[in-house]
Design a protein around this ligand. Structure first.
Ligand SMILES: [Zn+2]
Length: 443
């Protein structure tokens, strides 16, 4: 792939390949999504990727769900049009970054010490760039992808995709006609298990339930005896859910992950507890621990308006993540735990997913990874968070997390999702583009 000298960052003169150049350019668009409908918008970044697609002879379509909230979709004709299509998608928005906490300007696209720094370097302008560079390499060589591709750059993923993937799936489902599978983010990166570099393929996502707890009580003077204090009631409910250690609940994905980890560690999966096994999965353990059980994390509190007034209501927001299909049971148990005095209002839900760790796409991914990193184990995992694959699943599209990155042992990549000092090694970016190029050209 082409290499262009970059002399604009940090005084360093670094030769950036096409993937790194595009990733850096995308980081320089501040596409912060603040949630609650507040956002800087994706329009400029969308124009940039659309221009890149046009330069490859494609005809991207732009969809503006609300002013400035732009998604881009392009179809690429495959060599064998009889094969079902593959959606390859990324999102253009990023979560907020407070420059005060960062070592570099999060929107400058600094290249330093062989790494590209900036908000989105990990989540997920890296993969956006890998998509464009790998596709470009295929098309400029006069080749075609093996099957039809639907290339999507979506808006609003960081706020649940309402104005991005969900908008497209609802309003323009024909864009995805003939596609049965998808690949995207939060999978494909490597972690070290017992010194062995291993790749995690994301084959599922937990369900999410965002609830509001409402405690009611007696309003009154802050100097009086008040048994029915809404703040106290709410605090008890919040502490109960926040401290709750939910039992381990394995799904097909997590059971198969634990078996594979045990095999690599050469231990008996029946003899070692799931938590112990997960603690030995290197930097990925942060992601994987959350996939073994339900979590109920209180995230926001609202109550009161004056220091000497007991309010009659108090509210808390709780972020619940559970296994696909267990939403109703978990909600019932949450109500049990907090008691009937607490009203639970469901604010937002999204489905969980689980796709098989088998079949032609999974085999092609393994084969391709092994061409570039021979012998490295590929393991399935369940993501504790969510991606735009949830929206695509509504059209029957089976989504996987596969943004391939070969990382060194010291790099705590999962910790950088939404974290400070997001950065990605330049050689991991070029590795990812080569793997993706190979996969798209052959699958
Ligand atoms: Zn993301």
């Amino acid at each position: 792939m082409t290499t262009t000298p970059d002399r604009s960052t940090d005084g360093d003169s670094v030769d950036l390949d096409e993937t790194a150049t595009i990733a850096r350019d995308l980081i320089r668009f501040d596409t912060t999504n603040y949630g609650g409908g507040r956002s800087n918008g994706e329009a400029d970044a969308a124009d940039y990727v659309a221009e890149k697609l046009r330069a490859l002879g494609l005809t991207p379509q732009l969809f503006e769900s609300e002013p400035g909230r732009v998604s881009v979709v392009a179809r690429v004709e495959g060599a064998d049009r009889a094969k079902p299509g593959l959606v390859v998608h990324g999102h253009l928005d990023v979560v907020p970054a407070d420059p005060a906490n960062w070592s570099v300007d999060p929107f400058e696209g600094v290249v330093r010490d062989g790494l590209l720094w900036g908000r989105g370097a990990v989540d997920m302008k890296n993969m956006d760039a890998m998509m464009l560079a790998s596709l470009g390499d295929i098309l400029r060589s006069g080749e075609r992808p093996a099957r039809d591709l639907v290339i999507g750059f979506f808006a609003d993923e960081e706020a649940g995709g309402v104005l991005g993937s969900h908008h497209l799936v609802t309003e323009h489902p024909e864009l995805f006609d003939g596609a049965t599978e998808a690949i995207s983010e939060v999978g494909g990166y490597s972690t070290f298990i017992d010194g062995r570099r291993s790749y995690l393929l994301q084959t599922g996502e937990k369900a999410l339930i965002w609830v509001k707890l409402i405690a009611r009580g007696t309003a009154g003077h802050g100097s009086q005896m008040i048994e029915a204090n809404a703040v106290t009631r709410l605090a008890e409910a919040v502490a109960t859910l926040g401290r709750r250690e939910w039992p381990i609940t394995l799904t097909d994905t997590t059971a198969s992950l634990l078996r594979e980890v045990a095999r690599i560690l050469d231990v008996d999966v029946e003899q070692v507890s799931p938590d112990e096994l997960v603690l030995r999965t290197g930097t990925a353990r942060g992601f994987i621990r959350g996939s073994l059980r339900t979590t109920t994390n209180p995230t926001m509190l609202t109550a009161g308006y004056k220091h000497n007034v007991v309010p009659d209501t108090a509210e808390a927001l709780v972020d619940i993540r559970c296994m696909p299909g267990q939403e109703a049971a978990v909600l019932a148990e949450v109500q049990d735990l907090v008691g009937d005095d607490i009203e639970i209002v469901t604010m937002h839900t999204d489905i969980g997913l689980e796709t098989p760790f088998s079949g032609p796409l999974v085999e092609a991914i393994e084969r391709t990874l092994h061409r570039h990193d021979p012998g490295a184990p590929v393991l399935p995992y369940l993501l504790s968070g969510g991606t735009d694959n949830k929206a695509l699943s509504l059209l029957g599209i089976a989504g996987y997390g596969f943004a391939p990155l070969r990382l060194d042992e010291g790099m705590d990549f999962p910790a950088m999702f939404h974290g400070v000092d997001e950065r990605v090694p330049l050689d991991a970016l070029s590795f990812g583009s080569r793997v993706l190029r190979d996969l798209l050209a052959t699958y």
